[in-house]
Design a protein around this ligand. Structure first.
Ligand code: AVI
Length: 305
């Protein structure tokens, strides 16, 4: 059984139905996410880019000369280009990515733009242990932008930070983008945009299950439902059943009652202190925090010594 089918069956069989958010990103979902990043309501991407632009020199100074920069996820975007452009003679850049096509495309584009840097594509799931193809003495700085850390629950977030800590060793660092706590109305709008692109991104999961798993979800029978839960400090995204219905996923079937949700994503928002405490429990020291003037988004530099 492939991972997608196994995870969907496990998630829909659970008391509170869920589907892991990593399954949003098929080709259509990845394209919809690109559109989300350009929406007026979705501030994180453009804010993080602005922070990178405004503080490029300080970020470069923290990273230091001749670093080996290891990005978790394939960095074809503007943020990676800004980082490599401003960093102080980076020696190597590696992208760790599970999709071979995204990995090859991003490395090819960067190689052309930055001929002086050594490039290493690493085909791996960065949430599990993997081996980096460098000598032990390379000084490694992991780059993890986009507030993807927010899509981990607190326990797994801590485990993941510990994994990064062990990857970079005692002379390394972590440059990480984190979405910050703010007015819930701003958060609500970011996940309930006027053009319904986020709704489309969420509902595409149903189409994906129909396409790839032989499921028979009817889109019109589910609604996109996203809200900020201030007690948990997270956006919760759901697909909510409109009626009593039974849905088949291959040979398995699942019953829904009206209003019953499938949790499709959590997106945790941190205060600066909350994130620094989490990082410190994972073995990092907080060196710098750069924010935009609204304090909507934080770019943290954490070191291991
Ligand atoms: C990728 N991740 C950080 C996005 C977020 O904001 O949690 C995914 C997303 N979901 C809805 N809009 C964007």
């Amino acid at each position: 059984m492939n991972d997608f089918r196994r995870d969907v069956i496990e998630g829909l069989s659970s008391q509170t139905k869920y589907i892991p958010s990593k399954y949003f990103y098929d080709a259509i979902g990845s394209d919809l996410f690109e559109q989300i990043t350009r929406l007026p309501e979705y501030y994180p991407t453009r804010t993080e880019i602005q922070i990178m632009k405004d503080h490029a020199a300080d970020v470069a100074e923290q990273i230091g000369p001749k670093a080996t920069i290891v990005e978790y996820g394939s960095g074809s975007g503007l943020k990676t280009q800004l980082l490599l452009k401003h960093a102080n003679s980076p020696q190597r850049y590696a992208a760790v990515e599970i999709s071979e096509s995204s990995l090859q495309a991003s490395i090819a584009a960067l190689r052309e733009r930055f001929p002086g840097i050594e490039f290493h594509p690493v085909l791996a799931d960065y949430t599990r242990e993997f081996t980096l193809p460098f000598t032990k003495d390379a000084r490694k700085v992991v780059y993890f932008p986009g507030s993807t850390i927010g899509n981990f629950k607190p326990g797994p977030a801590m485990e993941f930070l510990k994994l990064i800590r062990s990857q970079v060793g005692d002379e390394g660092g972590l440059l990480i983008g984190v979405d910050l706590k703010k007015d819930p109305a701003v958060l609500h709008a970011a996940y309930n945009d006027a053009q319904d692109i986020t709704a489309e991104f969420n509902l595409n999961l149903l189409d994906r299950m129909n396409r790839e798993l032989g499921a028979d979800f009817v889109r019109a029978d589910f609604d996109h439902y996203a809200f900020y839960n201030p007690y948990e400090g997270r956006i919760e995204m759901h697909l909510v059943s409109r009626e009593y219905q039974t849905v088949n996923v291959g040979s398995d079937s699942f019953d829904f009652i009206p209003g019953e949700p499938i949790v499709t994503e959590y997106s945790y928002k941190y205060s600066p202190k909350q994130f620094q405490d989490l990082a410190s429990s994972a073995g990092f020291f907080s060196e710098s925090l750069w924010m935009d003037k609204n304090r909507f988004f934080g770019l943290f530099y954490l070191s291991t010594n």
